[in-house]
Design a protein around this ligand. Structure first.
Ligand code: C2E
Ligand code: CA
Ligand code: CA
Ligand code: CA
Length: 277
């Protein structure tokens, strides 16, 4: 028993070393990924429920590893948030999205607002507001075509400082949305303090909408309160026509999910857009 215990321990140790080595390898690969041009943006449509037309494109980051395929953000964003790489990478995301929007406009495509994710770590960086301002100026994009999505949890983290930064961003003409709404501990009444225009109901409440009267009640309550605060509501993770119809009946404004499209490369997203009139 003793011997096998020791073996287990050794095995466990080896596994830990392997995990640490993989983590280290990934971290150093991430450090050069930006220079090597290994990041790419995918775009997912957010649809206007009433008209069933494209309203916004959410910008989602992917990491294309030469030998490892496409790495999804859940596998590397926590790491780059920890080591601060999210700051330069996040700046690249905004710049690339603005450039893409300008390219489309030059091709005669009617502009569609882009929704860009910002993590809490980016808010703690003092240069954020200046960096955004510079990117807007250098790309020439209309700030009204940019929306930032910030999670409820990130908003609650830094109180007054966050409120001030959001005020500055809002003053530039950029709109703000609350992401993953319902998973944190905030109340809509509290969110009224933030210059927010839209809230995105987390997929957790949409997933079982057709089966769960409780989830339907939660969504209805969020929509009702949002209406009274003049916020529009996006439902995330809409996968079925049944979910879509329920959301429509409940007066939800926008829907996003695989029912319409998975996130796709720019060349495919372009096919979803109209020529400017
Ligand atoms: P999020 O902002 O909540 O993005 C929505 C996620 O749900 C995306 O995953 C999207 O592909 C997925 N999704 C959309 N529709 C459906 C659906 O119908 N069913 C299901 N099962 N999933 C759906 P993705 O692209 O893997 O992104 C994961 C998270 O990574 C994002 O969650 C966001 O928090 C973060 N992220 C992605 N890109 C960026 C970025 O450029 N900057 C920052 N800071 N975070 C990012
Ligand atoms: Ca988002
Ligand atoms: Ca979300
Ligand atoms: Ca999420």
């Amino acid at each position: 028993a003793k011997a096998s215990g020791r073996n287990n321990y050794q095995y466990f140790n080896e596994e830990m070393n392997m995990a640490a080595a993989m983590h280290f390898e990934m971290e150093s690969a991430l450090r050069s990924a930006l220079q090597l041009g290994q990041f790419e943006l995918h775009y997912q449509p957010i649809m206007d429920i009433a008209t069933r037309r494209l309203a916004t494109l959410e910008v989602l980051l992917r990491w294309r590893r030469p030998a490892g395929g496409l790495v999804m953000p859940d596998q590397f964003i926590p790491l780059i948030e920890d080591n601060g790489l999210i700051v330069p990478i996040g700046e690249w995301v905004l710049r690339r999205a603005c450039e893409q929007s300008m390219e489309w406009q030059r091709q005669g495509i009617a502009p569609v607002p882009m929704a860009i994710n910002l993590s809490a770590r980016q808010f703690m960086h003092r240069g954020l507001v200046d960096s955004i301002r510079r990117t807007l100026e250098e790309t020439g994009i209309d700030p009204a075509l940019i929306e930032f999505e910030i999670t409820e949890t990130a908003l609650m983290q830094h109180g007054e400082q966050t409120l001030e930064i959001l005020g500055q961003i809002n003053a530039m003409g950029i709109r703000l949305s609350i992401d993953d709404f319902g998973t944190g501990y905030s109340s809509l009444a509290y969110l009224k303090r933030f210059p927010v225009r839209k809230i995105k109901i987390d997929r957790a409440f949409i997933k079982d909408l057709e089966e769960s009267a409780e989830d339907r009640a939660i969504v209805a309550a969020i929509v009702a309160l949002s209406d009274s605060l003049q916020l529009s509501v996006v439902a995330e993770g809409v996968e079925t026509e049944g979910q879509f119809q329920l959301l429509r009946e409940q007066g939800c404004t926008f829907a996003q999910g695989y029912l319409f499209s998975k996130p796709v490369l720019g060349v495919r997203a372009q096919l979803m857009m109209d020529k400017a009139a």
